[in-house]
Design a protein around this ligand. Structure first.
Ligand code: SF4
Ligand code: SF4
Length: 378
């Protein structure tokens, strides 16, 4: 057992490395983890095979000899508008698509992993006895948000995310599994922060695909984040229109949450929206660069011209690469099919041309999505 005061020291070091919050929890089979098999048996996990790893149900099995887990939280909120802001719902002179706020900047796995590795390094100086430490950012067989709750960092909201009274929910979580027996943040008999959702149900009512089976339970198969990022096949017909303009993830159940309306803005420069310019075709067949755009509500037209190599180049070191090239084009087609064009405009004509080209693609999912879009906007 480490001495009292060690945990306060760890929290301070985590904050000096840039984390907003940090807590320590004993590896234990917390009550929420016991619901996972039933949730999976209902099919709510869709095609996400990694969710079936039985170690996710008990952190004591996630690493040999694990005793304590350090949970670190990093705010990614920027000052840009929310997807639900009226300012973004005007006419589609230049149709745009929504990329989830967490994916605007550099890949959070890289940003957090570097900070967690640095923290693990200073722990070796503080604790000279031999110990094992393993860092995970969404990559390990653990359910970070449950561990975060019991590390005293917040409560699990009706939208199933970890909510913090000060920071809301726009943050990433990373963990260090340790064989050291650290003093937990919550003392014996101390409870995690209370659930402050109260009678609110804004997230449940705002979800466009009705992905919440009941408060605190989501059917991920219906969630736009799953459909646009994880699903490799065609988007099921019934979710296409509700998907609206989402091309990578969805923030609606966070954007409507009152706890995010007073959340502070992150100072981490890597989370600011990436700026890019795409190759465009023009009437003379040349390929000039498009005007600069950013991943904050980008114009969709350029995505239709994106080749697989361009995709890899553009999204190197970005979370968007997870959707794969086919997925992003599929999503862009669906979002265009949901856009409200001024028929007969130059943009409308160009986009219809691009969609016709994609509708003849040998990539069947892209072709079918482009045909669907054309059937709605032509
Ligand atoms: S992310 Fe969007 S689709 Fe998914 S549950 Fe939240 S509001 Fe619904
Ligand atoms: S929107 Fe309301 S019910 Fe949903 S997570 Fe936020 S506070 Fe809880």
């Amino acid at each position: 057992m480490t001495v009292p005061g060690d945990t306060a020291w760890i929290v301070n070091r985590a904050k000096s490395l840039g984390f907003d919050l940090c807590g320590v929890v004993r590896a234990d089979k917390f009550p929420e983890l016991q619901h996972t098999p039933d949730w999976l048996a209902r099919g709510y996990g869709g095609e996400m095979k990694y969710l079936f790893d039985p170690r996710r149900g008990d952190p004591r099995t996630a690493m040999p000899g694990v005793r304590s887990i350090i949970v670190c939280l990093l705010n990614y909120n920027t000052s840009h508008p929310l997807s639900t802001d009226a300012i973004l719902s005007g006419p589609d002179d230049e149709p745009r698509g929504w990329v989830s706020r967490y994916a605007w900047g550099d890949d959070y796995h890289d940003v957090l992993s570097k900070k967690l590795d640095a923290l693990a390094e200073v722990l070796r100086e503080r604790f000279p006895e031999p110990f094992q430490a393993r860092t995970y950012v969404d990559t390990g067989p653990v359910q970070e948000r449950v561990l975060a709750k019991y590390a005293g960092l917040g409560w699990l909201g009706k939208n199933t995310l970890l909510l913090n009274q000060t920071l809301g929910s726009f943050f990433f979580l990373g963990v260090i599994l340790m064989t050291l027996d650290l003093e937990p943040t919550l003392g014996a008999g101390e409870l995690p922060p209370p659930d402050l959702c109260g009678s609110c149900r804004r997230c449940l009512d705002a979800c466009p695909t009705q992905a919440f089976v009941e408060p605190y339970v989501m059917d991920a198969q219906k969630c736009i984040s799953y459909l646009t990022i994880e699903l490799r096949g065609a988007i099921p017909e019934q979710y296409r229109e509700p998907m609206g303009k989402h091309v990578f993830g969805c923030d609606i159940c966070q954007d409507v949450c009152p706890w995010n309306h007073r959340a502070p803005v992150s100072t981490v420069s890597q989370f600011q929206p990436r700026v890019f310019s795409l190759l465009e075709k023009n009437a003379s067949g040349a390929s000039p660069r498009s005007p600069e755009d950013s991943l904050f509500f980008p114009r969709l037209e350029g995505f239709l011209e994106l080749g697989e190599t361009d995709f890899r180049e553009l999204f190197r070191g970005s979370p968007v690469k997870r959707a794969k090239w086919r997925g992003l084009l599929r999503n862009a087609c669906i979002a265009l099919g949901n856009s409200r064009f001024t028929r007969g405009s130059a943009v409308h004509a160009r986009i219809c041309d691009s969609l016709k080209r994609l509708a003849a693609s040998s990539e069947l999912i892209i072709a079918e999505s482009a045909q669907w879009a054309l059937s709605r906007i032509q």
